[in-house]
Design a protein around this ligand. Structure first.
Ligand code: HSE
Length: 399
C-alpha cells in the first residue's frame, strides 16, 4: 500500500482528497497498489466531514511517518509551504504541488534537493490547471528546440475578457462576477495585473531552458486598463482581445511578455473563451501544437495534482525535472515586433505624421480615432508615440 498525505484542505486540497477517494480504484490500479490518504494537514476543524478521520494539525505527524512516501502541498503561498516541502524532500518523500508561487521562486532549489534525494518534486497543476503541459514538455517534446510558447494561462481574466466581449459589460462589473463565481484568486491583483500568468510562463520557460526565470524580471501588463471601447474597436476589426503570455526564442535568448493582445480568427488561441486556458507550443521539428482545457477550478487542478501523486507513487527514482539557479538571459523586449492599436483624440493626419502609414477607424467612439500601425519594434513604437498627443490607450496586435 502507498500512503500519501495532503497538506492544506482548502479548495484544491479538498479536491485532491475527493479525487483520491472517489477515484481510489483507478488511482490504485494505475499505481499498481492501493493508494491510501493517511493524513490531511490543516489548522482548521471540519466537523461532520469524513476528512476528520485523517485530519492532523501537526506537520511532524507527516514528516516523521516513514510510511508516507508522497505528499501533496496544496497550501499555497511561500511559507510555511516552502519549509514543509523542503523538509519532506530531505526526508525522502516526493512532493506534488499546485503552488506556482513556490515553484517559480524556489523551484531550482527544491528540484535539486529532489534529485539529490532520488525523489520527485512535481508541479503539473501549477500551470494550466488540469491541462497536461509540464509532463508533455518534459517527457515528449524533448527532441525539439522549443521556439515559442504562447498561452492563455489565466482562467479568471479570460472569463472576464470573454464576458466583456459578449455582453459589453465593463471591467468592474465582470471582476465582481468572476469573484462571485470563485475564479479570481483571494487577491485579484495576481490575476488582473498579469502576475499569475507571468509566474506560469516563467515556470514553462525555466522548464524548457533548464535555467531560472524570475517573474519579476518579465514585462507584465494586465487587463485593468482594457475598456468596452477597446473591445468595440477589436470587434469591428474581427479581432478578440486576450491576455497572452508569450515566450519566444531569439537566438540563445528568450523574449518573454505578458500583455493583452488583439488576435485574429486565424490565431489558434482566438476561440479559447471563458475560464478555459490553452497553450500553443512551437517546436523546431514538431511545428505547432496546442494544449487546451480547464485552466482553473477545484477538480481540474486537483486532477493534475492527483495525476502527479500517481506518477510519484509509481516511478522509482528521480524523473529529472530540473532547472538550475543560473538565471536565463532574457532578450530585450525593445526589439520585439508587433503591430500596435492606438486610440487618440488627435486627428488621422496627426496620427499619420507620427506613425506613417496607419489603418484608421473614426466611427467607433465619439471624439477620438483608433488606428493600427504597421509592424514595428517596441522601441520604434515608443519613439513614434512620443510625437503624438492625446493617446488614450494602446494594445498590441499579434501578426
Ligand atoms: N487564478 C488562476 C486562474 C487559478 O484564474 O487561472 C489557476 O492558476
Amino acid at each position: 500500500m502507498k500512503h500519501v498525505a495532503i497538506m492544506g484542505y482548502g479548495t484544491v486540497g479538498s479536491g485532491v482528497y475527493e479525487v483520491l477517494t472517489k477515484n481510489k480504484e483507478v488511482v490504485s490500479k494505475n499505481v499498481g497498489e492501493e493508494v491510501n490518504v493517511k493524513y490531511v494537514l490543516d489548522l482548521r476543524e471540519f466537523p461532520g466531514d469524513p476528512v476528520s478521520e485523517v485530519l492532523t494539525h501537526n506537520f511532524d505527524d507527516i514528516l516523521n511517518d516513514e510510511e508516507v512516501s508522497v505528499v501533496a502541498e496544496v497550501m499555497g503561498g511561500i511559507e510555511p509551504a516552502y519549509t514543509f516541502t523542503k523538509k519532506c524532500l530531505l526526508a525522502g518523500k516526493s512532493v506534488c504541488t499546485s503552488n506556482k508561487a513556490l515553484v517559480e521562486k524556489h523551484g531550482a532549489e527544491l528540484l535539486a534537493i529532489a534529485k539529490e534525494k532520488n525523489v520527485n518534486y512535481l508541479f503539473e497543476a501549477s500551470v494550466g490547471g488540469g491541462i497536461p503541459i509540464i509532463r508533455p514538455l518534459h517527457t515528449c517534446l524533448t527532441a525539439d528546440v522549443i521556439e515559442e510558447i504562447s498561452g492563455i494561462l489565466n482562467g479568471t481574466t479570460n472569463y472576464m475578457l470573454t464576458k466583456m466581449s459578449v455582453e459589453g459589460a465593463d471591467y468592474d462589473e465582470v471582476l465582481k462576477d468572476a469573484q462571485a463565481k470563485g475564479y479570481a484568486e483571494r487577491n485579484p491583483e495576481a490575476d488582473v495585473e498579469g502576475h499569475d500568468p507571468a509566474r506560469k510562463i516563467a515556470i514553462l520557460t525555466s522548464l524548457i531552458t533548464g535555467k531560472k526565470v524570475d517573474f519579476e524580471d518579465l514585462y507584465c501588463e494586465g487587463i485593468t486598463k482594457v475598456t468596452p471601447a477597446d473591445i468595440a474597436y477589436a470587434k469591428k476589426m474581427g479581432l478578440a482581445i486576450k491576455l497572452l503570455a508569450t515566450s519566444k526564442r531569439i537566438g540563445d535568448q528568450y523574449s518573454i511578455m505578458v500583455s493583452p493582445k488583439m488576435i485574429g480568427s486565424a490565431h489558434p488561441l482566438f476561440a479559447v473563451n471563458d475560464v478555459f486556458n490553452a497553450i500553443f507550443v512551437k517546436g523546431n521539428m514538431l511545428g505547432d501544437s496546442m494544449f487546451y482545457g480547464s485552466g482553473a477550478g477545484k477538480l481540474p487542478t486537483a486532477s493534475a495534482v492527483a495525476g502527479d501523486i500517481v506518477e510519484a507513487a509509481k516511478v522509482t527514482g528521480n524523473t529529472g525535472h530540473f532547472w538550475t539557479e543560473e538565471k536565463l538571459e532574457l532578450a530585450d523586449i525593445s526589439n520585439v515586433e508587433n503591430k500596435f492599436f492606438v486610440r487618440t483624440t488627435a486627428s488621422a493626419e496627426e496620427a499619420k505624421a507620427a506613425f506613417g502609414d496607419v489603418f484608421v477607424m473614426d466611427d467607433v467612439e465619439a471624439g477620438e480615432i483608433g488606428f493600427v500601425t504597421e509592424k514595428m519594434t517596441e522601441a520604434a513604437y515608443k519613439e513614434c508615440a512620443a510625437k503624438l498627443n492625446g493617446i488614450i490607450s494602446m494594445i498590441r496586435v499579434e501578426g
